[in-house]
Design a protein around this ligand. Structure first.
Ligand code: FAD
Length: 489
């Protein structure tokens, strides 16, 4: 049996491991961290469990496909619960708007709180989002762009959907109310982009959410990762944790061995699920052949500061996903993405899983995480010094806006900063999502799913096509599967 090694166990790595096994490879997954999942791993702290990252599960059929490839039903492994509303948006003046789950309810809320024109504008926006989805998602999300020419046939369609506009400017052409524009253009932030510079192709996420819904895994995203672990055991997919790849050995443009901190593994094929901006210089020790793929010239996504905490009190009226906008918007994003300076007025995403799933009441307390986009480590912020200050600041904002008396209710807390992403997950400059989703870093312009330097090396995950987010990285494994079948099948 031919051997394949997958480096990294993020959703992209888990997905390609399942696909390689279905192609009859003897698969081994090597993971640096003590548990599987990458950004979706579980963090344990003082007897509490927290999902480290993804909590919004969309396009669940993509996960199901990986189980049905092996004639298994994902529902025997984990259960998905509907999230209602998808998000609550909380604005600086204290007003809020609930997005998703029922279009009828949402349009009524729009008419009452904003205007009839905004409600009709939203329907037009959704129609536009569907048009983008039909092209960019249905046709291109699992299409292997091997050459620049492979993009050409799609240019007329991309022109029609106005890919050259940013998400923010597209949304603004349909809606009038500034709050609504802010809210309905936030989706790029979920995949590492600034709404003011991300290509409007990413408006497709909005239609995707309506089409298949927004879910949360009962027991946490960790129950999906545990489901994969169980599936791996059943399929004889081996995995090793606490196992960091430190190099590769190659001959005649082919990798024959992968070197880890404690072993050397022979292999016929390698798929890296790591950040390519780290993998090229640190592991391959070469520059990518594609000239526009040099880490130094690529734009990497923002960093993330995530505070995990549990409270004595159960905040029953707080929704599952709340996005709390601060006063500044465009300027705040410029400070984070372009100027890369320390901010003290973050916008926040608050995750309260118990709103959907009572299994997340742990030790009789409510558990949360709150995420703040911040500058990545291209900034000169010293998080060892600034971390505590920033954490107190966030607690103060939450106390004032949504979780009264939070400071006195907290019984457990800890945080991660861009340093965690850089040193623990090997993410270039601690970026939260890899390279940004701007047009000149999309499709063929992203890192290649098949290496142009070594014949049996492939990539999956946020750095490759189509990009970040759970549906994106699982789709990247579909692209990579097609290329493996073509070249190494
Ligand atoms: C806080 C947060 C919240 C998010 N929320 C959502 C959400 O709600 N919904 C959504 O769809 N997306 C969300 N995302 C984005 C999504 O989580 C990611 O885009 C996706 O999970 C990344 O998967 P990946 O396959 O690229 O691999 P990653 O998760 O990045 O995993 C890569 C793995 O490679 C390992 N590795 C690196 N170097 C080595 C080495 N040398 N040897 C061995 N192993 C190595 C790392 O330890 C890591 O486990 C969120 C991200 C974050 C950070």
């Amino acid at each position: 049996m031919k051997k394949a090694i997958v480096i990294g166990s993020g959703f992209g790595g888990l997905a390609i491991a399942c696909r390689l096994r279905a192609m009859q490879y003897d698969v081994k997954v090597l993971e640096k961290q003590p548990n599987l999942g990458g950004r979706a791993r579980t963090l344990n702290h003082n007897g509490f469990e927290y999902d480290a990252g993804p909590t919004v599960i969309t396009a669940p059929y993509l996960i199901n496909e990986l189980f049905s490839l092996h004639e298994e039903d994902s529902r025997d492994y984990f259960n998905l619960l509907k999230v209602e509303p998808f998000y609550r948006f909380l604005f600086n003046d204290g007003s809020y708007f609930d997005y998703g789950s029922s279009l009828k309810r949402m349009l009524t809320e729009m008419k009452t709180k904003y205007s009839k024109e905004d409600a009709t504008g939203y329907l037009k926006l959704l129609k536009h989002s569907k048009r983008i989805f039909n092209t960019a998602y249905l046709k291109l999300s699992d299409y292997p762009f091997e050459t620049l020419n492979s993009m050409l046939p799609y240019i007329p369609e991309l022109m029609k959907i106005k890919f050259y506009k940013s998400v923010h400017s597209s949304v603004k052409s349909y809606l009038n109310n500034p709050h609504l524009i802010q809210a309905m253009s936030m989706h790029p932030l979920l995949v590492g982009g600034n709404p003011y510079t991300t290509t409007s192709i990413y408006l497709l996420i909005q239609y995707l959410e309506w089409k298949w819904g927004v879910y949360y895994a009962e027991g946490g995203t960790r129950s999906i990762i545990n489901g994969f672990e169980k599936l791996f055991k059943k399929l004889n997919i081996e995995y090793e944790t606490n196992c960091e790849v430190i190099g590769i050995e190659n001959k005649n443009n082919k990798i024959h061995s992968v070197v880890t901190n404690n072993n050397v593994y022979e292999t016929n094929l390698v798929v890296s699920n790591t950040d390519p901006s780290y993998f090229y210089p640190e592991i391959l020790k070469i520059k990518p052949k594609k000239i526009f793929n040099k880490p130094a010239i690529l734009k990497h996504s923002m960093g993330l500061f995530v505070l995990y905490f549990s409270t004595k009190k159960q905040y029953d009226d707080v929704k599952h996903h709340t996005i709390i906008f601060n006063k500044r918007h465009k300027e705040l994003l410029e400070d984070i993405f372009d100027k890369k300076v320390f901010i003290d007025d973050p916008s926040l995403y608050l995750h309260r899983p118990a709103a959907t799933d009572k299994k997340n009441i742990q030790n009789n307390s409510d558990s949360f995480y709150v995420l703040a986009p911040v500058a990545n480590n291209e900034s000169s912020i010293d998080w060892d010094i600034k971390g505590e200050e920033f954490s107190s600041h966030i607690i103060q904002i939450l106390s004032e806006k949504i979780l009264p008396n939070l400071k006195n209710e907290i019984i457990n807390k800890f945080f991660i900063t861009p340093n965690y992403f850089e040193s623990d997950l090997n993410s270039f400059k601690g970026s939260g999502f890899g390279i940004q989703p701007i047009f000149r870093q999309s499709a063929y312009f992203r890192y290649s799913n098949k290496s142009k330097e070594l014949n049996n090396l492939y990539f999956v995950g946020a750095g490759s096509h189509p990009g970040a987010g759970v549906p994106g990285v699982i789709s990247s494994a579909k692209v990579t599967e097609k290329l493996i079948l073509k070249y190494n099948g």
